[in-house]
Write a protein that binds this ligand. Structure first.
Ligand code: FES
Ligand code: MG
Length: 572
């Protein structure tokens, strides 16, 4: 147990010197008397609330419940507004800014008198950003996941955000629905605060945070507007104060076993492909090697148990009623490390003792899975020397072994312009290739990976095709989309050398992605290739372009991912 004099914040507030005097005087200016804060752990609440972020709309109120818990447990809460990464509104993509929020998180925690951190967020990139920064800062940390929004509704149908948006937009393009239906759908797709309630990146990453041991048990599955979410926030506030006294730092929670368990869980959830990039980046901050090969190896022994869209039928609200993440984990204990410590103070195994599954269709038993193998496969071959991924459970089975002629688009603007051009002669067997959409090329690796199917083919009933890109794909998307091709085309990867008509082979069972063009020809094409011009001459984009790593390395900044000295500030 720590003593009050050993608190990090004591260096700011405790000293009998000019600076101590000044820091105490400014606490009076904040409106607190000495008895209200001196000797108490200072809890920094990092809140990603913003008027522009519908997924975090309730977090302003929820921060008050965290503070309630902190006060009750004898701590001193201070809320810090940090950057909001709204998946819907921020362009070109919040992925460009994930590392910016990670830097902000780390530096806020480092530069202020904070003893323990509560991180609040859940929309896609927010979770990895906060956890990457917190892992580097190294304080006791608890994560308060924003929670999924309620189920969507339209007429007599249940809707999934993202997933059904893509689907109905395709119906609109095929002329199956009109203006009236569309405006009704606008009102029904997302109808409460909270993050996407499909098994998209948000639900995947908050669930990963929970199994890593960084949330209270069950926290990630609670719907954002459920009263249980208020209670979880208050309980997290109370618990972080104890974590400070116990000196249970984030580094003691996040070990190699924790990341292996996170990969296992993401795969059993049929989670987002984005998790591959984020977990590699997070593990890097914890000093733990995690590679694409680890994902593929674990995927081969983990069945998909969560029957949640886009890979399955239900939504997060149903998952919560069915027992939530603890219910699912209780079926995986043989594949996890139950002896690991979590922020609850109990081991992972102890937190699962009372976990139950209440609906065997939503959370499948091991002998009746959605898919016998994990939902993500890692592909390699001459088109992706450093790897690529595919969420094969969300693809039409007939396409998982496929050879077809390439139709190449230079970038997303080119794709939008030409995808419906009949002169391209696209058929259901064509392989659509999009380049210029990676970490550098995008920039920020936008979610362009679910390339649209040409209108003409949609009208003929074609709903899936093989698509290949160096982009990412929304976790709520689906289809035979090969993603994260590394190295990306803008960095000179072989994707840059593909030409219309080249034959490409996708073979998911063999984990292969091949460009059927001989090496001599590829060497000739490479000699004629010129790298794209620099996009950003100044600003954050220029910093990003200089330091971002490729998808297989997590797209972190090289100078943030590497170990090294980063001294504590001296408050005097
Ligand atoms: Fe925020 Fe989907 S838009 S999680
Ligand atoms: Mg998303």
């Amino acid at each position: 147990m720590k003593t009050p004099e050993e608190l990090r914040s004591h260096r700011w507030f405790g000293g009998d010197d000019l600076r101590g005097f000044s820091h105490r005087a400014r606490a009076r200016q904040l409106g607190y008397g000495p008895g209200e804060h001196l000797g108490k752990p200072v809890i920094g609440i990092l809140n990603t609330w913003s008027d522009v972020n519908p997924c975090h709309l309730h977090l302003r109120e929820r921060a008050e419940q965290v503070k309630r818990g902190v006060w009750q447990a004898g701590g001193f809460p201070l809320e810090f507004p940090v950057a909001t990464l709204s998946e819907t509104y921020q362009k070109p993509t919040p992925m460009l800014y994930r590392n910016l929020l990670a830097m902000e998180t780390e530096e806020i925690l480092r530069s202020y008198p904070i003893d323990g951190a509560v991180l609040m967020g859940g929309c896609d990139k927010t979770t990895p950003a906060l956890l990457m920064g917190a892992a580097s800062a190294g304080l006791p940390t608890i994560f308060v996941p924003a929670g999924p929004m309620l189920r969507g509704h339209w007429r007599d149908e249940v809707l999934g955000s993202g997933t059904d948006m893509w689907r109905y937009w395709d119906d609109r393009r095929a002329g199956l629905i009109g203006e009236q239906e569309l405006s009704e759908l606008e009102r029904g797709l997302a109808r409460s605060p909270g993050h996407c309630m499909t098994m998209g990146t948000a639900s995947t990453m908050t669930s990963a945070a929970e199994v890593l041991g960084l949330t209270l048990p069950g926290a990630a599955s609670i719907p954002a507007v459920d009263s249980a979410h208020h209670r979880m926030a208050a309980a997290s506030g109370a618990r972080i104060v104890e974590l400070v006294w116990e000196d249970l730092t984030i580094g003691r929670v996040l070990d190699e076993r924790a990341y292996a368990d996170a990969v296992t869980t993401v795969l059993a959830l049929g989670g987002s492909t984005n998790a591959v990039i984020h977990l590699i980046a997070m593990a890097g901050r914890s000093g733990i090697p995690l590679s694409l090969a680890d994902f593929d190896a674990i995927a081969r022994r983990v069945p998909v148990l969560a029957n949640i869209r886009p890979g399955g039928a239900w939504l997060m609200e149903d998952f919560y009623y069915a027992g939530g993440l603890p219910g699912l984990l209780s079926r995986l204990t043989g594949l996890l490390h139950p002896e690991r410590v979590t922020v609850s103070g109990r081991t992972l195994g102890e937190t699962l003792e009372t976990a139950r599954v209440h609906n065997d269709d939503v959370i499948r038993p091991l002998d009746d899975p959605i898919a016998p193998e994990g939902g993500i496969a890692v592909l390699r071959g001459n088109l992706a020397p450093s790897g690529a991924v595919i969420k094969h459970i969300a693809a039409e089975a007939r396409l998982l072994t496929h050879t077809g002629p390439a139709v190449v688009f230079e970038n997303h603007a080119d794709l939008r312009r030409r995808i419906n051009d009949p002169a391209l002669g696209i058929t259901a067997d064509s392989v659509l290739v999009l380049r210029g959409s990676g970490p550098l090329g995008g920039p920020g690796m936008p979610e362009y990976g679910m390339l649209p199917i040409p209108d003409r083919l949609l009208a003929e009933g074609v709903r899936d095709m093989v698509r290949i890109s160096d982009a990412r794909m929304s976790g709520t998307s689906y289809g035979a989309c090969v993603l994260h091709v590394a190295p990306e085309s803008a960095a000179g990867g072989p994707l840059a050398l593909v030409r219309d008509g080249d034959r490409i082979t996708l073979d998911v069972p063999a984990r292969a992605l091949r460009l059927d063009v001989d090496d001599a020809e590829l060497i000739r094409r490479r000699a004629a290739w010129t790298p794209p011009a620099t996009r950003y001459e100044r600003g954050y984009g220029a910093l990003y372009a200089q330091h971002v790593t490729q998808a297989d390395e997590g797209c972190d900044f090289d100078f943030l991912a590497r170990p090294g000295r980063n001294p504590e500030p001296d408050p005097r």
